[in-house]
Write a protein that binds this ligand. Structure first.
Ligand SMILES: Cc1cc2nc3c(=O)[nH]c(=O)nc-3n(C[C@H](O)[C@H](O)[C@H](O)COP(=O)(O)O)c2cc1C
Length: 260
């Protein structure tokens, strides 16, 4: 078995899978590892939905910005930030009467509670990723699960104090995926700061994107109206229909969470 460090350093996202089911025992091991992840206040502010139904996977492949490999993934997990379970339990335990009797503020889950629950869910998800990797199983996050909230709410019967924060696809990597190169990362000098935040200036940006600029543009000044990496990413990732939909959808989730 690899050391933890080797597993972390060799991981890459896997989007094509062998036609091989993942054993129930192996799934249980991965879920067990996920649930051993740190969790705020030891409250486990998340739920995990195993998406076993073929039709539901097929729907997700469309609703998550048309990514067909989701339907082909042998194992799909939906991670929810979840305060519903605790809030329901609070009500079951009579906290309304308790709050009045003890002069405590009666409150519902708010935005801060949601962010904390998102931290919990994502930490559990990433622990599942690393556990799977250590067992030879590849994975890929699907951030587009934050889109199309109304459809996902109906598909998974989501109550108001849940937030579908990420979807994970798992499967044994194909030979092609195993051969594929890892993606690059920025130099730590642009990412890791000492003691306080440091905004980057023009020279540092030029240095930060030098290699990527050369790789994409070679000696060309412009490609289809795009002149640098920032413009390319702005067009391809930031100002796209799917990011507009994600922001609309997240506003709808927040509205529901706030009970409006
Ligand atoms: C929050 C999040 C959302 C992501 N969403 C998607 C997605 O919808 N589709 C996809 O193919 N990859 C998705 N990815 C995978 C990234 O594209 C991938 O991690 C990145 O390109 C770096 O490659 P690597 O994981 O192989 O190192 C997502 C990753 C994260 C962390």
């Amino acid at each position: 078995m690899d050391t933890a460090m080797e597993t972390i350093l060799k991981r890459k996202s896997v989007r094509a899978y062998e036609d091989k089911a993942i054993d129930t025992v192996v799934k249980e091991q991965i879920l067990h590892a996920a649930m051993r992840a740190p969790t705020a206040g030891n409250l486990m502010l998340y739920s995990i939905i195993e998406v076993n139904d073929r039709a539901k996977k097929g729907t997700l492949a469309k609703t998550c910005d048309n990514q067909p490999f989701i339907a082909r993934a042998p194992w799909v997990l939906l991670f929810l930030a979840d305060y519903q379970r605790w809030y329901d339990y609070f009500l079951y335990c009579g906290v309304e009467e308790f709050a009045v009797r003890n002069g405590l503020k009666l409150r519902r889950p708010e935005e801060g509670d949601l962010f904390l629950a998102c931290c919990d869910a994502l930490i559990a998800a990433q622990t599942a990723v690393i556990a799977a990797e250590s067992l030879g199983i590849g994975s890929c996050y699907i951030g587009d699960i934050m889109e199309k909230y109304e459809e996902h709410r109906a598909l998974f019967n989501l109550p108001p104090y849940t937030f579908p924060i990420c979807l994970l696809c798992f499967g044994y990597p194909t030979a092609g995926q195993l051969r594929r190169r890892q993606t690059t990362r920025f130099d730590p000098g642009f990412i890791v700061f000492s003691d306080s935040y440091r905004r980057l200036g023009p020279e540092e940006f030029a240095e930060m994107f030098k290699d990527e600029h050369r790789r994409v543009f070679k000696d060309r000044a412009e490609i289809n109206g795009v002149r640098n990496v920032g413009q390319a990413v702005y067009r391809r990732k930031f100002a796209t229909d799917f990011t507009l939909e994600m922001n609309r959808s997240v506003r709808a989730i927040l509205k529901n969470w706030r009970g409006k």
